[in-house]
Design a protein around this ligand. Structure first.
Ligand SMILES: NC(=O)c1ccc[n+]([C@@H]2O[C@H](COP(=O)([O-])OP(=O)(O)OC[C@H]3O[C@@H](n4cnc5c(N)ncnc54)[C@H](OP(=O)(O)O)[C@@H]3O)[C@@H](O)[C@H]2O)c1
Length: 265
């Protein structure tokens, strides 16, 4: 354990996909790690691999961040860490269906995971980061809010919050040496689309050029953090899609009064 930087990082949703890729990246940079998710077996495997490969300590917390009590436990953990330099709020999930039809409990759990947990964990991490005048906070949002479509109401709403929250927070903390990023990936090959919720959705119809790997998303995100890109859309194709089609999607949304995917009177 000699020559370690002795800085720590926390990654939520580190048991697969973008969170796992971020855990691997910060581990390779020498950060001690705390990885959080519900699947303990996945976390144990990843922790063992990373400790073997790098000269770091990895601890895991099996927690459900939709649950307020579990969020409190993680908050307490964060307050107890003296050298927390990186906080990555990544855990998330999607739902299928129109807002009026989606189970309210599921929508409220999404608010807890995408909004309440990141807010509380950032709030817990900031005093230490401000005192040390260094730190990085990455809130994993999505490109989806740039392209409003039906069937994504709570997802877009909660992910939009993360963009606005990160942009405004960065203004307050940038002079204290803290970097903030709202990472807004497009289609990324992860476990996100393989869950029960999406079992009847054929994602193979989405053209290959629109997809990125989790490793690439994370690599670009970390580089962009160094360049102070606060709202960061990784990948040229996703960036162009969001900027070019943003206005078009909003125009079409206004026109679509009786189209597929809208509730009829
Ligand atoms: N993949 C995409 O195309 C895409 C695009 C834009 C944005 N994103 C965002 O990227 C983030 C990571 O997703 P991903 O694509 O990497 O999908 P993923 O492979 O399904 O990873 C999601 C992670 O979140 C964790 N998680 C889910 N619910 C949780 C809960 N209640 N408590 C704690 N952890 C929970 C999962 O772990 P457990 O199941 O073990 O709890 C898993 O580690 C999400 O916020 C997602 O919205 C993804």
């Amino acid at each position: 354990m000699s020559n370690r930087l002795m800085k720590s990082a926390i990654v939520t949703g580190a048991s697969s996909g973008i969170g796992e890729a971020y855990a691997r990246l910060v581990a390779s940079l020498g950060y001690d790690l705390i990885i959080i998710a519900r699947r303990k077996d996945r976390l144990e495997t990843i922790a063992a691999e990373l400790e073997k490969e790098y000269d770091i300590a990895v601890s895991l917390m099996q927690r459900d961040l939709c649950n307020e009590k579990d969020i409190s436990v993680v908050e307490e953990k964060i307050r107890s860490i003296e050298n927390l330099s990186v906080l990555i709020n990544n855990a998330g999930f999607g739902t299928l269906g129109l807002f009026a039809d989606v189970d309210l409990g599921k929508s409220l759990r999404m608010i807890n995971l995408h909004v309440t947990a990141p807010v509380r964990l950032v709030k817990a991490a900031l005093p230490g980061m401000l005192a040390r005048r260094e730190g990085a906070i990455i809130n994993v949002s999505s490109a989806a809010p740039f392209l409003p479509v039906s069937g994504n109401v709570m997802y877009n709403g909660t992910k939009s919050f993360l963009i606005s929250f990160s942009e405004s927070l960065e203004i307050e903390v940038k002079d204290a040496g803290i970097r903030v990023q709202a990472l807004c990936p497009g289609f990324t090959r992860t476990g996100f689309h393989s869950v029960e919720e999406f079992k009847n959705v054929d994602f193979s119809t989405i053209p290959g050029f629109l997809w990125m790997s989790a490793d690439k998303v994370v690599e670009l995100s970390w580089k962009a953090l160094g360049k102070r890109k606060v709202v960061f859309i990784p990948g040229v194709v996703t960036l162009l899609t969001c900027t070019i089609f943003n206005g078009l999607f909003r125009y079409l949304a206004g026109k679509r009064t009786a189209a597929k995917g809208t509730r009829q009177r």
